[in-house]
Design a protein around this ligand. Structure first.
Ligand SMILES: [Zn+2]
Length: 424
């Protein structure tokens, strides 16, 4: 077997063994650990992986092969961030400061804060400005070991401004080593100019879908279904239209209040539903018997100062498939690091480190429609590999707020490397 990329000397390798779909229950705890491992790839795809001696017997290196020694460190699949709002104008640190001082949502909105302030800033920004800002964030994500990112629109809320955001996502995916999965979220909020005629805005979102499809600018359509956002009926109308056009479906579901959005997502065969802080018992049961992935975003509730989180234990124990994401956005969560999200998944949601790893790789890949391509280091998967300054996978969530990433390889190519503060 020919290989043009080889990592040797991996002290502990997290392979995350493949399965036929998103993993649930006990299966989330199997990380397929290999000691003293090596991994070889050809043209960006893993061709041999396992104990080093066995891998070396299986492969022959091409003359220009790149060989890396991991020095006994931990390696695993690149993280998949299943939920971000990557592209937007403006930041909302004033709002964050107001919230820290106990100001209410209403007071913040009166001072011009909230989603609609980001909508104004995004409409005012040029595509070049949006790209430059998002690129900096993407760099931070890559440096934290993330090699695949889902990215939503939803701060334009006009056809032109939504397309502007989605075109920036496309441009970034052409120029960045990170794989980006675009999602159309025209139903993120009702824009100010439609405040008194929200039904017309829902009609407009449905019209936008055809244009987004024609231009092939999104894989998924997402709706923010919640109190103060879109109703369950409006959500169903939009998702029905999206489904007819062949989009994958996602729903921001049951975050602020229970609305039945999780039940709707499962009934409609959505790929994922996200947040789920207020999911019902019935919603959990439906998730446990469907392929809809529950994407949990614990950094958001922590950033907002909430003491409650999504019922990760009940979800996993009853057989739902759970994935993780940062929910990176300017208002309710500015986290960029999947290892930080894994810490919160363990400390706040009581997931085990094994479950957190599976949720941040294999299950997150299924949640963004890339199951079978990324999220595992088995043969045939993309050689998206992170080498950590750590020896044991449990150190990744354990090191709270650290960046333990030593180097990142995307499709068998080095795309990020740590530079020491003090040279040896
Ligand atoms: Zn979101």
């Amino acid at each position: 077997m020919k290989a043009d990329f080889l990592i040797t000397g991996i002290g502990q390798l997290v392979t995350v063994p493949p399965a036929g779909g998103p993993k649930r229950g006990r299966a989330m705890r199997d990380l397929g650990l290999v000691k003293d491992a090596a991994l070889a790839a050809m043209d960006g795809i893993v061709v041999a992986v396992g104990e080093q001696d066995a891998v070396m017997r299986e492969i022959s290196l091409t003359p220009d092969a790149r060989v890396v020694d991991a020095g006994g460190r931990l390696a695993g699949p690149g993280f998949v961030d299943a939920h971000t709002h990557l592209v937007f104008g403006g930041w909302r640190h004033e709002e964050y400061a107001m919230r820290a001082e106990g100001k209410s949502y209403l007071e913040i909105a009166e001072k011009g804060g909230g989603i609609l302030s980001t909508v104004r800033a995004t409409r005012d920004a040029t595509p070049e400005e949006l790209e430059e800002r998002a690129r900096k964030v993407l760099d931070l994500m890559l440096a934290s070991g993330t090699t695949t990112v889902e990215a939503k629109s939803g701060y334009g809320l006009t056809l032109e401004d939504e397309l502007k955001q989605l075109r920036v996502v496309r441009k970034l995916s052409e120029r960045s080593p990170v794989d980006l999965v675009p999602t159309f979220l025209g139903a993120h909020a009702v824009p100010a100019e439609y405040k008194e005629r929200r039904e017309e805005y829902v009609d407009l979102v449905i019209e936008m879908l055809s244009e987004v499809k024609r231009l092939d600018l999104a894989e998924f359509v997402d709706v923010f279904c919640d109190a103060g956002a879109f109703t369950i009926d409006e959500t169903e109308r939009i998702l029905e239209a999206a489904k007819r056009l062949g989009f994958g479906l996602k729903v921001h579901a049951d975050e602020l209040e229970w609305t039945g959005a999780t039940e709707l997502a499962c009934r409609m065969g959505a790929t994922s539903c996200e947040h789920l802080l207020k999911v019902s018992r019935e919603g959990i049961d439906m998730l446990s018997t469907s392929d809809t992935v529950a994407v949990l975003l614990p950094a958001t509730s922590v950033f907002l100062g909430k003491t409650e989180g999504a019922p990760a234990r009940a979800l996993i124990d009853r057989g739902a498939s759970v994935a993780l994401g940062t929910d990176f956005n300017p208002g309710t969560c500015t986290a960029v690091s999947m290892p930080l999200v894994m810490t919160l998944a363990c400390s706040v949601l009581h997931m085990s480190p094994e479950e957190a790893f599976t949720a941040a790789t294999w299950n997150a890949a299924w949640a963004v429609g890339l199951g079978g391509r990324v999220g595992s280091l088995a043969k045939g998967f993309q050689a998206d590999v992170v080498v950590f300054d750590a020896g044991d996978y449990r150190e990744i969530p354990y090191r709270f707020g650290w960046n333990t990433v030593s180097s990142v390889y995307k499709k068998g190519r080095e795309v990020w490397k740590r530079r020491p503060a003090v040279e040896d």
